[in-house]
Write a protein that binds this ligand. Structure first.
Ligand code: MG
Length: 258
């Protein structure tokens, strides 16, 4: 087992059993968004028991330690998390949208990196994950800066309508989007967001997992649209919480309709 002292120094090869167990649960993970061995619930309980209440940094630290030392989690993780943090600081957004809350790790990082007065709305497909994330965010003291919406943009319009009627989404209102949900939904959801008119010139969309598990169609789309309605930077990095598998995070600025 890796030791906590190794955090932040060298990153470790992935945890064999915990990672393999996740691969065995991959089918379930990509349909129901839980691995199936209770690790999401265990993470939530661990954060509430171990992280200092009201301490955002401590909640992030405890999740990273849990993910390195106990159960591999598909959080964006500390290495890719720094890419997300930097993109948020560059964009200085006021209204942020996340697709794929999972247990709330990236929402914690986003709340830490976003400017004062900014608000994140995070959409999660799995109701149990949404509840775990809410508890973690409340415990960390940022429950008022992050709203978690149970749903999906591809549900025929229900969630999009709720975002507009209940959560302030309107034309040109979204400054930053983080995509980290079902990989087959990246492009259709990007299209839904553009069609809803929520973006403005200068809005930024960051996408995780473009190399692993991989979203080749999204990468291809951004390449085809480069310099027309999008301008993209590809960040080479690694899959969360290990060093063997490479990943790509795409940071794309919307240039407005071509
Ligand atoms: Mg991810």
């Amino acid at each position: 087992m890796p030791r906590l002292t190794e955090l932040g120094g060298k990153r470790l090869p992935f945890l064999r059993w915990s990672f393999l167990r996740m691969l065995l649960g991959m089918k379930r993970l990509t349909t129901e968004w839980q691995v199936g061995d209770g690790r999401e619930q265990a993470l939530g309980e661990h954060v509430l028991a171990s992280a200092r209440a009201g301490d955002l940094d401590d909640a992030i630290r405890v999740i990273d330690e849990f993910s390195y030392g106990r159960s591999f989690m598909v959080n964006v993780g500390d290495e890719k998390g720094e890419i997300l943090d930097a993109a948020i600081r560059r964009a200085s957004p006021q209204r942020l949208l996340e697709l794929g809350t999972y247990c709330g790790y990236s929402a914690l990082r986003t709340a830490r990196a976003m400017p004062e007065g900014a608000h994140l709305t995070s959409v999660e497909f799995n109701a149990d994950n949404a509840a775990i994330a809410r508890r973690i965010l409340d415990h960390a003291g940022v429950g008022d800066r992050v709203t978690i919406v149970h749903g999906t943009l591809g549900d025929g319009g229900t969630t999009i309508a709720a975002l507009e009627s209940e959560h302030g989404f309107a034309a040109g209102s979204v400054d930053f989007v983080f995509m980290d949900h079902a990989k087959e939904a990246y492009l259709p959801d990007l299209e839904r967001i553009v069609e809803a008119g929520w973006l403005h010139a200068g809005s930024v969309v960051v996408a995780d997992n473009v190399k692993f598990p991989g979203v080749p169609g999204y990468r291809e789309f951004m390449r085809e649209h480069e310099g027309r309605d999008w301008r993209t930077v590809e960040h080479e990095t690694h899959v969360e919480y290990q060093t063997l598998l490479k990943d790509l995070v795409l940071e794309s600025e919307y240039l407005a309709p071509a």
